[in-house]
Design a protein around this ligand. Sequence first.
Ligand code: IMP
Length: 186
Amino acid sequence: MKAAVSPMTHSGYKLARILLTEEQIKRRVRELGAELGRDYADKRPLLVSILKGAFIFLADLTRAMPIPHELDFMVVKSYEGTQSSGTVRILEDLHQSIEGRHVILIEDIVDSGLTLEYMRRNLETRDPASLEVVSLLDKAEARIVEVDVERVGFTIPNEFVVGYGLDYNQLYRNLPFLAVLDPEQV
Ligand code: IMP
């Protein structure tokens, strides 16, 4: 949904427009949490979140999942500014084995697919009982490699977005909605 006001300022940031409102995100995250709660009842899944971008999505999703589940985190780096660097580096790994576990990988956004392809392959080698990917956002048009994403919050156009945990050079993460970055800020 494109907001009428353009460009705009929020929390001291200059933005081109709001792409997804706080309310739209909240509603969709609640749906995803309920679905996961149904599909993983009695499986005690492990939610693996990729920091930093997915931290707000995870915080809302975990509270929307009404079943026992665990959380763990990985820190990976694939981007510099608005460009994928093409290589993925694991800066911090999981704190436990995932062998035999039902793993749900929580992503903020799938863009080229390079990060996710690497992560899927990496986690599969650790022999989980199952692995699925939940991504809040999918920039399907930007895909460079084919990669499975089992659950998507929203499919969005191929524009650089910020807010709700997503950054541009470490800023904008605190916006409660998702916005398109003002091109003049890049
Ligand atoms: P991919 O490897 O190109 O699929 O990019 C995945 C990662 O790049 C995401 O987990 C984000 O951290 C970052 N990223 C990709 N597109 C955007 C964007 O539009 N805004 C902010 N971060 C992005």
